[in-house]
Design a protein around this ligand. Structure first.
Ligand code: SF4
Length: 465
């Protein structure tokens, strides 16, 4: 669920980047890389319609170069793109130069779509000798990629001690063992790697989220893409801290805690954290998919709220939060979707809000049933939320929408903590099923195509008046 990468979109940036890396790796494994003469990339469906705004063209070029989204220096992106465009060459897999003109060799097929999934892309390699080589991939949301012929669920070779497909399975294991949700997840994760590695990985993920919040709260200016959106997190941070400069994260967070617990003060900070992450995301900054890039601000904002205002400084609590959140996201992925191209924004902001709500509830001492109830409440009030990014950019409504997802998660958690889940009328599984049916009924205009909603009414470079 949590992948370190580069903004602005997990399905349109990180997924295509990973697909391009996989294509190069396959060429290499088959001993074909050095024989490639030129490469073309075809983008279909939603990747074609909103790919420019989401940086899909940039992502595939960096992936073809063999660069890794976890480590690639984000301040090098513009220079690398300029080099490729000027030289009309790309160094495939970082080792073999081939002819490549991005203007001609990346095709945005606006009217074509492949039946398996709306986010499809094909790579075609022309060889010096012999048959050409091609592969098709699908970016299915959250940075996950499947190759043509694979199932959406991917491969599940590992036998888990507590297999979970639905929230009822998760509750069953919790009731049977008495373990918290995070403990069940940690046991399952142990099937893949030692516990210490899981803990270390989760703290690394939090470190990237935390740095992203801090950077976003201290960066001003206009977001790229032509919509002329002004960054707001830094201004809000400045107002809340009354203009006092803090030279490092620790000093800054101590000052935030000292500011008190007034309702509006806390809400302003939660909004500020979410805005910060998503402004970084919109600027091609380093973020963590949670479960996607467009919704990357909700979970860090709620976790940072927990750390700042609920005494959640202990690293074990941060691990607990992320484990619980990840399991809820995984249940949504299995039972519905985390791809806006399949389910609209309910699949992004709605899912991230549900993940955060459950995690916060467990960390605040709620029962397993209350945590699942919180996830249910958070999603119930995102059902039907459409995806209509203006200009295909992950900026409006996306950035503000993360603040809404975070606030709803905190409210849902609080409501669940004050409720008796045995009296709840709607289960988490029922709301996931409803979300999936709503996704199937939703017009394609509202599934990351920028063909409907706000995207039709607000032109690029012009503000609404
Ligand atoms: S509207 Fe929602 S789903 Fe669509 S790009 Fe923005 S955040 Fe993602």
């Amino acid at each position: 669920m949590f992948k370190i990468g580069i903004g602005p979109s997990s399905s349109h940036t990180l997924g295509p980047w990973r697909a391009a890396q996989s294509f190069c790796a396959k060429l290499s494994r088959n001993g074909l890389l050095q024989s490639v003469r030129s490469v073309r990339v075809l983008l279909y469906g939603s990747l074609a319609k909103t790919g420019r705004g989401h940086g899909t063209d940039i992502a595939v070029q960096l992936g073809l170069c063999g660069e890794d989204p976890v480590h690639f220096a984000v301040d090098q992106i513009d220079a690398r793109m300029r080099d490729i465009a000027q030289m009309k060459e790309i160094v495939l897999g970082g080792v073999h130069e081939v002819a490549f003109d991005p203007r001609e060799d990346i095709e945005f097929l606006m009217t074509e779509s492949l039946p398996f999934h709306p986010n499809a892309l094909s790579f075609l390699a022309t060889m010096q000798q012999g048959d050409d080589f091609s592969e098709t991939y699908y970016s299915v949301g959250g940075g996950f990629v499947v190759q043509e012929g694979e199932s959406l669920g991917g491969k599940q070779a590992v036998q888990l001690p507590f297999p979970v497909d639905k929230s009822s399975d998760l509750l069953h294991w919790c009731m049977k063992t008495g373990m918290a949700i995070s403990e069940v997840v940690l046991e399952n994760e142990h099937s893949w790697r030692p516990e210490a590695e899981t803990r270390e990985g989760l703290l690394k993920i939090w470190e990237v989220m935390r740095d992203c919040i801090y950077r976003g709260c201290h960066s001003s200016g206009i977001l790229p893409g032509g919509l002329q959106v002004k960054r707001r997190a830094a201004e809000l941070n400045n107002r809340l801290t009354e203009g006092r400069p803090y030279t490092n994260y620790e000093a800054w967070i101590a000052a935030i805690r000292m500011g008190g617990a007034d309702f509006r003060y806390i809400i302003d900070w939660v909004s500020c954290f979410a805005l910060a992450v998503n402004e970084e995301n919109a600027s091609f900054g380093r973020v963590v998919t949670a479960p996607t890039n467009g919704a990357a601000g909700v979970i860090p904002a709620v976790l940072h709220y927990y750390i700042c205002f609920c005494d959640g400084k202990d690293p074990d609590r941060i691990i607990q939060f992320l484990l619980t959140a990840a399991e809820i996201g995984s249940i949504f992925k299995k039972g519905a979707t985390i791809s806006a191209a399949m389910g609209g924004c309910q699949a992004e902001i709605g899912v991230s809000s549900a993940m955060a709500a459950a995690a916060l509830t467990e960390c605040l001492g709620g029962t397993q049933k209350q945590a699942l109830m919180a996830a249910e409440i958070a999603m119930e009030h995102h059902l039907g939320l459409t995806c209509d990014p203006i200009g295909g950019l992950v900026q409006v409504p996306c950035i503000e929408r993360n603040t809404m997802g975070a606030i709803k998660a905190i409210t849902a958690s609080q409501l669940a903590l004050q409720s008796t889940p045995d009296f709840a009328k709607v289960s988490l599984d029922a709301v996931i099923k409803t979300m999936w049916e709503t996704a199937q009924d939703m017009s394609h205009k509202y599934k990351e195509t920028a063909d409907g909603g706000l995207a039709m009414h607000i032109p690029l470079s012009l503000s609404e008046c």
